[in-house]
Design a binder for this molecule. Structure first.
Ligand SMILES: N[C@@H](CCC(=O)N[C@@H](CS)C(=O)NCC(=O)O)C(=O)O
Length: 233
């Protein structure tokens, strides 16, 4: 979003879980990333950051001014934040708890301030805690996978309607595309996403995304996505 506005910035990446303590230590009101200090103020969360950036520098807008367009974008934003992202996180942490080896691939290019090897040594408790915080239970992952085809269809429909996926990305694009891109790091999920409009949008907005998880999910759990790939082929 900062790049869209042409605002220069310095980025720091934080390890999951450790991020909570760091943000508290920096006196941010909540414990989630993204979190930004701008002109001495602390602004946190994709949505709040977008609205603050629009206030500081209105052009190009991250939220449409037309009321009907704005409420459509806000509906898409909500789905990205409340449905898509939690589902993808639960699936990813479930997979990483089964096999930690792919974690190394996610650290590529991270600006952590400590060596990657050292960071990876702390991985076990972080993966366990993240799996817990993100409700990476068998039941939740199965439910998330079953709900994914409908979520992807809603995203494709918003792209067709021009709510997201336009030439000028808005806050809903920025809320949705990174989660789609994260989902595409899983070999199990990528085929169901990459060739549809949602996948094209994710690749366009987030061309480089580190991380790759080889197939690991039980095939029966992936059935809802398989039939989806077949019916859209
Ligand atoms: N989509 C949310 C993301 C906020 C969020 O849930 N961030 C996660 C990471 S993606 C977080 O910091 N969780 C704390 C943790 O996992 O320790 C937003 O709009 O800001």
């Amino acid at each position: 979003m900062l790049e869209t506005k042409g605002i220069p910035y310095k980025r720091t990446d934080l390890l999951p879980v450790i991020s909570k303590a760091v943000l508290r230590g920096m006196r941010f009101p909540r414990n989630t990333v993204p979190a930004m200090k701008i002109d001495g103020r602390r602004v946190q969360g994709t949505g709040e950051i977008a609205r603050e950036l629009d206030r500081l520098q209105p052009e190009p807008p991250l939220l449409p001014t037309d009321p009907a367009q704005r409420s459509a974008v806000e509906e898409a934003e909500l789905l990205g934040d409340q449905e898509l992202q939690p589902a993808v996180r639960a699936i990813l942490w479930w997979a990483l708890r089964k096999d930690k080896e792919p974690l190394r691939s996610f650290s590529e290019g991270a600006k952590l301030g400590i060596p990657i090897g050292l960071a990876l040594k702390t991985a076990s408790p972080i993966v366990a805690a993240s799996a817990h915080f993100n409700e990476a239970t068998d039941e939740n992952v199965r439910r998330s996978l079953a709900a994914l085809p409908a979520t992807l269809q809603r995203i494709d429909d918003w792209i067709a309607a021009g709510t997201i996926g336009g030439g000028q990305p808005n806050v809903a694009d920025f809320q949705i595309a990174p989660s789609l891109r994260l989902a595409m790091t899983l070999d199990d999920l990528r085929p169901a996403i990459e060739s549809r409009p949602a996948g094209e949008l994710a690749k366009r907005l987030v061309p480089d995304y580190p991380g790759r998880v080889p197939p690991i999910l039980p095939p029966a759990w992936l059935q809802p996505l398989r039939s989806e790939t077949a019916s859209t082929a």
